[in-house]
Design a protein around this ligand. Sequence first.
Ligand SMILES: NC(=O)c1ccc[n+]([C@@H]2O[C@H](COP(=O)([O-])OP(=O)(O)OC[C@H]3O[C@@H](n4cnc5c(N)ncnc54)[C@H](O)[C@@H]3O)[C@@H](O)[C@H]2O)c1
Length: 361
Amino acid sequence: MLDFLKEKPMNIVCIEDVFVTASEMENSIRNSKVNVNKVSSVFWGSDTKNGTQKMLLNVETHGPEAEPYPEDLEKYLGDCDVLLTHIAPIPSAVIEKAPQLKAILTCRGGLEHIDLKKCAERNIPVVNVIRNAIPVAEMTIGFMIGISRCFGFAHYEMMNGRWNRDFPNSGFSMTLSNMKIGLIGLGNIGIEVAKRLKPFECEILAYDPFADKKRLERNGLDNIKLIEKMDDVISQADIVSLHMRLVPETEKIFDARCFSLMKPTAYFVNTARGGLMDYDALIDVLKRHAIAGAALDVYNSEPLDPDSGLIGLDNVLLTPHIGGQTEDAIPKAPRLLMKEVDKIIENNITERIANLKDIKL
Ligand SMILES: NC(=O)c1ccc[n+]([C@@H]2O[C@H](COP(=O)([O-])OP(=O)(O)OC[C@H]3O[C@@H](n4cnc5c(N)ncnc54)[C@H](O)[C@@H]3O)[C@@H](O)[C@H]2O)c1
C-alpha cells in the first residue's frame, strides 16, 4: 500500500518538539524499511513541556490553524516527500507548499493537528500510532483505586505527622470487585482500561455511541455491558471514568446535570481532557460532598490555577497531566510509529492508515 516509501529515495522532514527529538525520529526512520535520501529537521512549540502542552491543547480544540507551524519548515517543503511530525500542526498551507508530499507520519493517536480534508484532496495517507494508551490506562486504574482508598488524603495526613485512618470517604471505600465501573468512551484508552479491569472482576458498564463491537470481541471484552444512554451509565456506576476525545460535540458534555445523576457514593475519574467537563459543577458537588470524590489528571486550563476551587478539597486526587508521560511511551513513539509503517510496507496491514477511507491507494 505504501510501497513508494521503499521504492524511491525519500526526502524526509522531521518536526521535533520538547517531547520527541529529531534524532529519535531520524534514527527510527533510518532503521525502518523506508528508502531514505535526506532527512531535515525543524523544531515546533515552546521550549518547555508546559508551554508546548498548552499549544497542543489549543490545536486539539481549534484545529491545525490555531498555532503557527515552524517558520523554517517552509525552506524544506519544496522537495519534501514525507513529513514526520509528533504534535506540530500541519495546516493546509503546509501541504500546499509541499507539491511532492506523499505521506504524513505522526507519532500520536489524535489527528486534530493535521488538515485531513486537504490530505484527502491531495490523496495523502496519514499514518499514526497509539503510543500512550497503556500508560493512561494504567494511570486510570491507579486513580480508581487511589481515590476510592483515599491514597491522597492518607499521604497528606502522614506527611503532616498524623496517623489518621478516618477519611472523609472511609464509609465509601470498597474493593473494585464489588463496584460497577462506568466507562464513557471505548476507544484506544477505554479498551485498555477495560482489559485491565477484567481481572478485578468488577462489573463494567460502558457508553460509546460508536463502539466497535468486533474490536471489543477481539480484545476479549464480551463482559462489557454496552448501555445505550450515557445517563444510565452515570446513574448506576460506582466509578464514572471519561475516555472520549475533546471535539466540539463532546465539549463540556459532562455538565452539572450529569454530576447530579451520580450516586452520592460514586467517584469521578478524568484522565482524558479537561474540556470534556464543567469544572465549576464538579467543584460544587465535591464541596457539598454530593459525590464521594474525584481523581483528575486534566483540567480546563493547564497548568491548574493555584486559586482553583479544587485546591484544598478533602475528596480529590490531583496530578498534573502526567497520564501518558512514561519513559517508554512518548519519547520512543517514533520507533513504534515506524514499526507500524513497516507493517504497512511489508504486510499490507492498513489499520494505522488513519484516513484510509478518504483516499485511494
Ligand atoms: N492524560 C493524558 O496524558 C492523556 C494521554 C493521551 C490521551 N489522552 C486523552 O484520552 C482520551 C481518549 O483517547 P483515545 O486515544 O482512547 O481516543 P479514541 O479516539 O481512541 O477514543 C475515543 C472514543 O470516544 C468515543 N466517543 C465519541 N463521542 C462520544 C460520546 N459523545 N460519548 C461517548 N463516547 C464517545 C469514540 O467512539 C471513541 O471510541 C482523549 O481525550 C485523549 O486526548 C489523555
